[in-house]
Design a protein around this ligand. Sequence first.
Ligand SMILES: [Cu+2]
Length: 114
Amino acid sequence: MMLPMLTATLKALLPCALILLTGFPFLKERPAAKLHRVEIVQMKFSPSSLSVQPGDTVVFVNLDVVTHDVTEASGKSWRSPPLAAKDSWKKVVRTSANYYCSFHPVMKGTITVQ
Ligand SMILES: [Cu+2]
């Protein structure tokens, strides 16, 4: 009888059928990572609070004449080098963070990863 073989064939094809029906979920790309810009102007981070997707990049651009940096606030888990006037620094962000400038601790900002 051919029935067992037919059943086995159907079972083997079932995952293929499911993949076809669901539109190749493993091929769907995540939305492209974005680049966000935070300017340092007149002793402030602007915008001081930013929402990003995990994997997005934030570029900090120092438009002041004095040196600043970007230091993670909870435990200094990351920190930019000192950014002189016109310098910039990029960071790929995967977790939310509060940050400040270690030269001027009143300068604060927040990145929220959604
Ligand atoms: Cu500063």
